[in-house]
Structures are given as C-alpha cells and as structure tokens.
Design a protein around this ligand. Structure first.
Ligand SMILES: [Zn+2]
Ligand SMILES: [Zn+2]
Length: 473
C-alpha cells in the first residue's frame, strides 16, 4: 500500500497525539501507579473504535486495544511511566524543577505510548478502509522503569499469540536497536535480629544491621569471582532505627543481579543468596528474601530489524527550525563531554568515521539522520522488559530522535525537551515508522515467515521467565 496514506493518517492525528503525550508528561506517574495515564490512552482507543481489554493480568494500569480480525496479529508496545525526582520546567535550558521533588518523564515514555498508539490508529484506519488485512493490537505496558510490567504480562500468557511485536524508544539518534540487553533479577533481603541496649545489654542483642553490612561486604568479595558479563547493584532500604544505642533488630537491602541471560542471572543470584545466608549465620539473625521483578535478555530478530531500517529510511525525517536548533545547542552546553553517537555499536572504523563526520564529531545538536544498521551481538549492560516479549514472539525496536544529541539518560534535560516541538516531531516520526512497518508485515507473509524462522532458531531453548509465579507487583 501507499505508505503516504499512513503518514497522512498520523499527521491528521498530530494534535491529538501531541496533546496525549503532553498530558502524560504532566501526569508523570510512577511505575504501576499510572492510573490517569492509562485512562487517557484507553479513552483514545475507545474513541477510535478499538476493542479494549482493561486490567490485564490483574494489573490495573495494563490494557490493550485490538482492531481488525484474523491473521496476522501485530502487536505495538507502548509505555507511559515516569521517574521520581526528575520534575523539570519544560523547554528550559537550566535545571529547574517544576514541582520540587516531583516526578518527570526522564525516559520519554509519554512519547513512547503516544507514538505507538498513533501507529495503531493509522493502521486501524487502513484496515477499516480495506487496504490492510489482519489485526493490530496496542499494548499499554505499565511499570517499565520500576517493575517490569511486561514480564508480569509475559508470565501470565500475553504476547505469545502475536505474529510479531514492534516497539521504539525516545533517544538522541534515529537507529534500529540491535544486539541484546542483560537479563536482570531484583530481590529484597530482610534481616531480623534481636533489639537490645547497645551498651547496657549488648550480649543479648543480635544486629540485623550487622548482617546487612556483612552481606554487602560478602558480595563485594564475590564480584572478583564472577563472570565479567554479570553485574550486581544494591541499595539499603532500611538500616533499622535511627538510634545508635540500640542493636538494630531489622534491616532491609535491595539487590539487582544481571547476567547475559536468565540462566546466568539466576545462577549468580543463588550465590548472592549464599552470602545472605552466611551473613545471617555469622550474626545469629534470620533472613527472608522476596523477588521484586525480573527481565529477560532481548532476542534480536534481524529480519524485523532490516524491515524497521527500511522504514526508518522511507519515512520523512523531521526538519528543525532555527529556534529548535538554538534550544538544542544551549541545552547541549549542560552535558559536559561531547560524545559521538553509536558508542555501543559494533561499527567498524569506516562507519565510525562516517558517523563522526555526520555529527561533526558529536557537536551536532540534533542528529537529523538515520544511523547505519549493523547487526551485532553487542550486549547492552542495561535491561528492558521488552526482552520478555522478544522470547514469546519475533520482536524488534528502533530509537528516534526526541532529545538533544548527547543528552544523558534519565536526565532533567530529557524531561525539559520532552514537551517541546523537537520531541513532538520525533514522536510523530516514530508513529509513521511503526505504522508503515506494521503495514509491511500485514502485506508480506514472507517477511513474517522469515522472522518466525529466525525466532524459532534463536529461542529454541524456550522462555525461562525470570519471575516465579508467586511474585506480585
Ligand atoms: Zn528508562
Ligand atoms: Zn525507557
């Protein structure tokens, strides 16, 4: 079909999609608390004639909107959660909270949801017009930042029936996402001891705080003896009370264990458990642990990645006004070091040189070009719950420019840019690419068959869900 029809459909909805993304930016709701954000998406889906299913898998802010009938069934993933402490005045080139201590859309998920829903609406219109056959499903996926909502949805049976899933993420470059992400498991450890007067009756006290400290020290020693591909992060949730003259009877730690795949993350976690056990034995305390969430490594699909790359090149790239360029240049001044994009990619010297030239050595404020696509085995050290979807159906993602080049992740600068015309243009561009790629999948059974063949090979060992069935969000 003529993709211009899809681009036009997105443009026709530009004001509604921009308003939706701005509304979600304003709400800036944290993981699993995105009630108003979910309601805004659901209202739009219903107004557009989608069949909506709410409260998916018992998660109040998870939902889907379905349109069309029969095969193929293509899923488009959306997110909308924000991050704490990142409130920021929009369009401002200095750090200035809008609400002191408030939340902010530092990862751009307000744009992520709006573009994905925009793509689903554009595809819906072409199904209704008889130009496309199949079913499009928009998934409202909550809690990407703090809870891995998609993993809970994957564990409880979602995504498996799809022929393919597509998503995107706001970024400072236009590029196909390739390679993989680390698998990750998050676990809370609670130590319980016996309170006592720290000076008057120390022999009767058993310190949970000591246990927590010994666990942290034990894990520091463990780090030398684990695979370089793994990593461990931790935080202290509760050190007991605030009085030093009390032997602390409770203490709580949060651990995050990452590996190349779920198997290696689980194996490393078993060793962390032993350290906790040892700390409890040493201090004559007890401990319990509770899994918080988990994400799988991402399985890339080169067939779908190539399709996204073609569609990134075909869709009209945003152009920027002098005013937008000036804002970007001023904001860029706050980043410190200049960075040439594509640091994590497996680019050879020639491609690296080309990217460096395109970006003027990373000095270009807005990267208004498409990065070369080089399939890679690169393992990104971060994690995403899109990984869990990618074990259940062929999945691919891309990034689109919504931020200033070099903007740090989860930053006030991203929040500041997230409500500007720069971000809106990137969001609409992403919607067009997603819609056009979905149309290709609906029209080309051979692409879906090739994607499925690759998926069957790369996921032959089967989905090993990183969370147990007991874990609740
Ligand atoms: Zn994020
Ligand atoms: Zn994100």
């Amino acid at each position: 079909m003529d993709k211009q029809l899809l681009y036009n459909a997105v443009e026709a909805k530009a004001s509604a999609l921009t308003a939706l993304s701005d509304e979600i930016w304003e709400y800036a709701e944290l993981s699993m608390q995105e009630h108003r954000s979910a309601a805004a998406h659901i209202a739009l889906l219903k107004a557009e004639g989608f069949q909506v299913e709410e409260n998916l898998c018992g998660i109040p802010t998870a939902f889907l909107g379905r349109y069309g009938s029969g095969k193929p069934v293509i899923g488009i993933l959306g997110e909308y959660d924000a991050l704490s402490g990142l409130s920021q005045v929009p369009g401002c080139t200095q750090k200035q909270p809008l609400i002191p201590g408030g939340n902010g859309q530092g990862c751009g998920h307000h744009l992520l949801g709006a573009a994905s829903i925009g793509a689903a609406i554009a595809v819906k219109e072409q199904i209704a017009a008889g130009n496309l056959c199949g079913t499009v499903v928009f998934y409202g996926c909550p809690g990407e930042e703090g809870c891995a909502g998609k993993t809970f949805m994957a564990r409880d049976g979602m995504f498996r029936d799809l022929d393919a899933a597509l998503s995107w993420h706001p970024d400072d470059v236009n590029e196909v996402t390739t390679g993989s992400n680390a698998a990750c498991i998050q676990m809370e450890y609670t130590f319980t001891g016996t309170a006592a007067h720290a000076a008057g009756d120390p022999e009767h006290g058993r310190s949970a705080l000591d246990a927590a400290e010994l666990m942290n020290v034990g894990v520091q020693f463990l780090r030398e003896h684990m695979s370089k591909a793994c990593s461990i992060h931790y935080s202290i949730l509760d050190g007991g009370g605030v009085s030093p003259n009390v032997v602390q009877p409770t203490a709580k730690l949060m651990y995050m264990v990452r590996g190349n795949n779920v198997r290696s993350a689980k194996a490393l976690l078993a060793r962390v458990d032993k350290v906790a056990q040892g700390a409890a034995i040493m201090t004559e305390t007890t401990y319990t642990c509770r899994q918080i969430d988990g994400t799988s490594d991402t399985v890339s699909n080169t067939v779908l990645e190539k399709l996204l790359y073609e569609n990134l090149q075909q869709a009209p790239l945003p152009t920027y006004t002098a005013e937008e360029e000036a804002f970007a240049a001023a904001l860029k001044e706050t980043f410190g070091e200049t960075r040439v994009p594509g640091v994590g990619c497996n680019f050879d010297r020639v491609v690296k040189a080309k990217v460096s030239k395109l970006t003027d050595g990373g000095k270009l404020p807005l990267n208004n070009f498409i990065m070369p696509y080089v399939p890679t085995n690169y393992m990104s050290p971060g994690s995403t719950d899109v990984g869990d979807v990618s074990w259940l159906t062929p999945t691919a993602q891309f990034n689109a420019v919504t931020w200033v080049s070099g903007s740090p992740g989860h930053s006030w600068q991203n929040v500041s840019t997230g409500k500007t015309s720069i971000a809106h243009k990137g969001m609409l561009f992403a919607a067009k690419v997603l819609a056009a790629a979905t149309a290709d999948l609906m029209e080309s059974p051979e692409i879906l068959a090739a994607a499925r063949e690759e998926f069957n090979l790369t996921t032959a060992e089967g989905y090993d869900c990183p969370i147990t069935k007991e874990v609740t969000f």
